[in-house]
Ligand binder design. Structure first.
Ligand SMILES: Nc1ncnc2c1ncn2[C@@H]1O[C@H](COP(=O)(O)OP(=O)(O)OP(=O)(O)O)[C@@H](O)[C@H]1O
Length: 684
């Protein structure tokens, strides 16, 4: 009992007759029937992204409501894969006939839940006041309208915005207008105004963001701005790697939903995680890579398959088949500085085995419906979960309007539930008959939203309004928001309506009111055309001079001899890759032992391979089993730095899937320079 922070006897909408004892602890919210057949459900806070207060539409309804938005895991019946799904549960508070009192109590529940989500330390004695809530997090969203199959804008509007609203995360959105736009934006952005930049695209736009941030005099601070990821491109390797490291379902699941969940939980809990960057020097440039540097087989596939972009991820399979058929060899030298005491191949093999065991265990876990009374097994399930969010946080309660419907107002079978669903789906429209309608005159029209989206500048208000009306029953049919509360759920008044954004409006401040989201980022006010005066040595690929970033202390100038401790091999290479993260694309786990902040790369090479050997390597690589490849001329080594010296006059070298200058190249890992919106990866 001592760890119960709040407790009340409440009902669960829409069943207003059955009372439940509802208890909130640091880890979960539990509700159990007070009479009749005993029933109990638990919602883990690690599955919850947000909580809102609502009021009944009917004037005579003195009750207040609070609604929690959770995304628990469940097992798919046929495939046996685990996946998250949305469960929205609405509690009805009616301890007195006085609505104001009920509302105060519902608010206390909301404040307590949001404080716990933010990692704040509260207890049964804490005065639950709105002042406890952290400031509203604010994200800059960058969307590449041409990423992947050109659906990034649609993905964001239809799939992401609703969860951001549930989590009270405000944002401004910029649709990139050209290649290089995101780079220039990042180079000139006031990073102090944002809690993170979210890329809705593929790895190409992340590359621009990172290099834009590193291209600033204040790079050391700027690059700490956490980067969030929503897959909207063909190559979503970093996004896939993040989900893999967190043991979140991704490849077999709804990738957008899972990535949005990771994004929201990270922002709400104030978590971000460090990521190594790799400084890559070519003869005339220096860039920063976060995924991989590739020469030979993989870069040929990557670039050669550009013409099959319309196929989505499948483009890489087609490219792979083509390259296998026409297998090329590249003569040259590869040198590397090994990480002492780390056997790359053995480490990869060990991680692969552990992952396999974990997957087996997951597969063998019973479907939740058969868990009813098997408490022991439920404990096993718990131990499979990603790390809890333990970091303390500086984020806070948002003022973002989101009046989501209690779509299935309590209920599908939860992963951790030990009882049947309370209600197998609720017809919110039917329930709406019980409540007064309210005009939505203050809500922006979908035309307005489309216009702003088309301009590339929209705020959450624009998008949400039409989002509900498209495919969800608006909660406004059933509930009203508390417009008087500090975090009003829905801005049905003109004072909260989004402004028509013009380029001179750049009043982005970290205000605690909902107004801060009404300003789109002022792109035109920034000087995007000129670079700062030069001082330096290495021009970047755009021909501009790059002066910034940490010194590459392990690398002598290109062309100079390498110091002691380096290993050099010479031969005809089919494939050379320096890998910084596990996945090189969705479904291609080439470096399963990579972690984002391990301070090293895995250098993989293959020499003099036949077609069948290369197809074996490709197959194993795609399954995260590269450690099992044991053929002469092939190896995986953990390195701090490496150098490539191709002998052929022509060829392709890519960094993060982007073509870079062909010729001699060297690279060094810089530990934990950047940050990603995620929590601590699971330990293997
Ligand atoms: N508005 C735009 N018009 C044209 N190109 C753009 C625009 N915005 C961004 N780009 C460029 O599109 C390229 C591809 O973007 P991104 O990687 O996000 O998508 P993708 O489909 O995964 O592509 P790839 O598979 O080539 O990485 C990036 O290099 C970026 O510079």
């Amino acid at each position: 009992m001592s760890d119960v922070i709040l407790q009340d006897d409440l009902t669960v909408f829409p069943h207003n007759k059955t009372a439940y004892r509802v208890q909130l602890t640091r880890g979960y919210l539990q509700y159990a029937r007070t009479q009749g057949k005993p029933r109990e459900r638990r919602v883990l806070l690690s599955d919850v992204v947000g909580c809102h207060c609502l009021r009944g539409r009917h004037a005579s309804d003195s009750a207040a409501y609070f609604c929690i938005y959770a995304y628990p895991l469940r097992k798919k019946v046929i495939s046996g894969d685990w996946t998250r799904h949305r469960v929205c549960t609405t509690f009805r508070v009616r301890t007195t006939d006085d609505h104001a009192e009920n509302h105060t109590r519902a608010e206390q529940w909301r404040i307590a839940i949001k404080c716990l989500l933010a990692g704040q330390s509260i207890g049964p004695q804490t005065d639950l006041e709105a002042s406890l809530l952290p400031p509203s997090p604010r994200l800059l969203i960058l969307i590449n309208p041409f990423g992947g199959q050109g659906k990034a804008q649609q993905i964001f509007r239809e799939r992401v915005v609703s969860m951001l609203g549930e989590a009270d995360i405000s944002f401004n959105m910029v649709v990139t207008e050209r290649s290089g736009h995101a780079h220039d934006l990042m180079r000139d952005l006031d990073v102090s105004e944002w809690n993170g930049v979210v890329v809705v695209s593929g790895d190409g736009l992340i590359y621009e963001v990172i290099n834009g941030l590193m291209d600033r005099p204040d790079w050391e601070e700027a690059i700490k701005m956490p980067i969030g990821l929503i897959p909207g491109g063909t190559g979503n390797a970093l996004c896939c790697s993040v989900n893999y490291l967190l043991d979140e379902p991704f490849e077999s699941a709804d990738q957008v939903l899972h990535s949005t969940f990771v994004l929201c939980k990270s922002v709400v809990s104030g978590s971000s995680y460090p990521m190594d960057l790799v400084s890559v020097q070519t003869q005339s440039s220096r860039i920063f890579s976060f995924l991989h540097i590739s020469w030979g087989f993989i870069s040929d596939i990557d670039i050669g398959s550009e013409k099959y972009r319309y196929l989505g991820d499948a483009r890489f399979i087609v490219g792979l088949m083509q390259r296998l058929f026409d297998l090329r060899k590249y003569p040259g030298h590869v040198s590397y500085l090994p990480v002492k005491g780390v056997d790359g191949r053995a480490l990869v093999h060990q991680i692969t085995e552990k992952r396999k065991q974990r997957e087996k265990l997951k597969q063998s876990l019973p479907h939740p419906r058969s868990l009813s009374k098997q408490n022991g097994e439920r404990e096993d399930l718990r131990s499979m979960r990603p790390a809890q969010f333990t970091r303390s946080v500086s984020m806070m309660e948002g003022s973002l309007p989101r009046n989501l419907p209690p779509r299935s107002a309590s209920v599908s079978q939860s992963f951790y539930s030990n009882m049947e669903p309370l209600t197998p789906g609720v017809d919110a429209a039917k329930e709406a008959a019980l409540f007064n309608e309210q005009t939505d005159s203050g809500v922006p029209t979908s035309e307005r939203m489309e216009e702003n989206m088309a301009n590339g500048h929209a705020t959450v208000d624009d998008i949400q309004a039409s989002d509900w009306t498209e495919d969800e029953t608006p909660a406004s049919e059933v509930f009203s928001p508390y417009v008087d509360s500090p975090n009003a759920l829905v801005s049905n008044t003109n004072s909260h309506r989004p402004q028509q954004h013009n380029h001179s409006n750049n009043s982005a401040t970290n205000s605690q009111s909902g107004d801060s989201m009404d300003s789109a980022i002022d792109v035109s006010a920034m000087d995007l055309s000129t670079d700062s005066p030069t001082q330096a040595t290495l021009p970047n690929p755009d021909g501009q001079t790059r002066r910034h970033g940490p010194a590459d202390t392990l690398l002598p100038p290109l062309g100079h001899p390498l110091p002691d401790g380096w290993v050099t091999i010479e031969g005809n290479f089919n494939l050379v890759m320096g890998l910084n993260v596990p996945h090189i694309s969705t479904g291609f786990n080439m470096s399963p032992a990579s972690n984002l902040d391990d301070g090293m790369m895995f250098l993989m090479y293959a020499m003099n391979t036949t077609r069948s050997e290369m197809s074996n390597i490709s197959l194993k690589a795609s399954q995260g089993r590269i450690g099992e490849v044991d053929q002469p001329g092939t190896d995986v080594v953990a390195v701090h730095a490496f150098r490539l010296e191709p002998r052929a006059e022509k060829g392709l070298i890519t960094a993060d899937g982007e073509v870079i200058e062909y010729g001699p190249l060297q690279a060094q890992v810089h530990h934990a320079l950047a940050r990603v919106l995620m929590w601590k990866p699971i330990e293997m």
